[in-house]
Design a protein around this ligand. Structure first.
Ligand code: FES
Length: 192
């Protein structure tokens, strides 16, 4: 889990999209769709809530967001985040702060598989640029983009805390270490 750094001014807003451009807003067609957390998910959230003191529901936000994201096609719409805030009885901004800080949370639609490729210093020194170039060439997309068939999103991330295994990437919370173009080919061929 790595942190995503945001403009502090953004964190003072009560709207997650207050600084979005109209183009960004148009790229999120499901943003305003109503989202109701299904009971099977709230039951799992409750398990986490009960692990913390009654006045510390904020501690369950990260786990609630992970559960909702997994249920919501792998990303968090504003409505989904608001639903988490409402369910936990917390201000929306408390949920937005967590969702925008950690890179494991997606704030726009993503592909079925998200390839989080580390581009930070250790991975850079160990050849991540050639790995990124190979991924771009194989997938026909750039960093931050999703293949037209919605299968794969190529996401650059900061240090994934496995520098000793650089260059590396993460897919569905599983690490893939000491990457080479050949390993990339094998991994891509194994994705559904
Ligand atoms: S710099 Fe890539 S895992 Fe730390």
């Amino acid at each position: 889990m790595t942190a995503r750094f945001t403009n502090p001014a953004d964190r003072n807003s009560n709207s997650i999209n207050s600084h979005s451009t109209s183009a960004e807003a148009n790229a999120r067609p499901l943003k305003q769709a109503l989202y109701v957390i299904p009971s099977e998910i709230t039951q799992k959230i409750d398990v986490w809530v009960q692990k913390f003191p009654a006045d510390r529901k904020q501690s369950a936000v990260l786990y609630a967001l992970k559960l909702v994201q997994a249920h919501h096609q792998g990303w968090l719409s504003e409505a989904a985040m608001n639903a988490v805030a409402h369910y936990l009885g917390l201000p929306k901004i408390t949920v937005y702060e967590v969702a925008t800080f950690y890179s494991m949370f997606e704030l726009k639609p993503v592909g079925r598989h998200v390839l989080s490729i580390c581009t930070n210093i250790s991975c850079m020194l160990n050849g991540c640029e050639s790995i990124v170039a190979h991924l771009k060439q194989r997938l026909g997309i750039g960093l931050g983009q999703t293949t037209p068939d919605g299968r794969i999103t190529l996401k650059p991330v900061e240090c994934l805390a496995a520098c000793q295994e650089a260059p590396m990437m993460q897919i569905a919370e599983q690490n893939y270490a000491q990457l080479t173009p050949e390993k990339i080919d094998h991994i891509l061929d194994g994705l559904s």
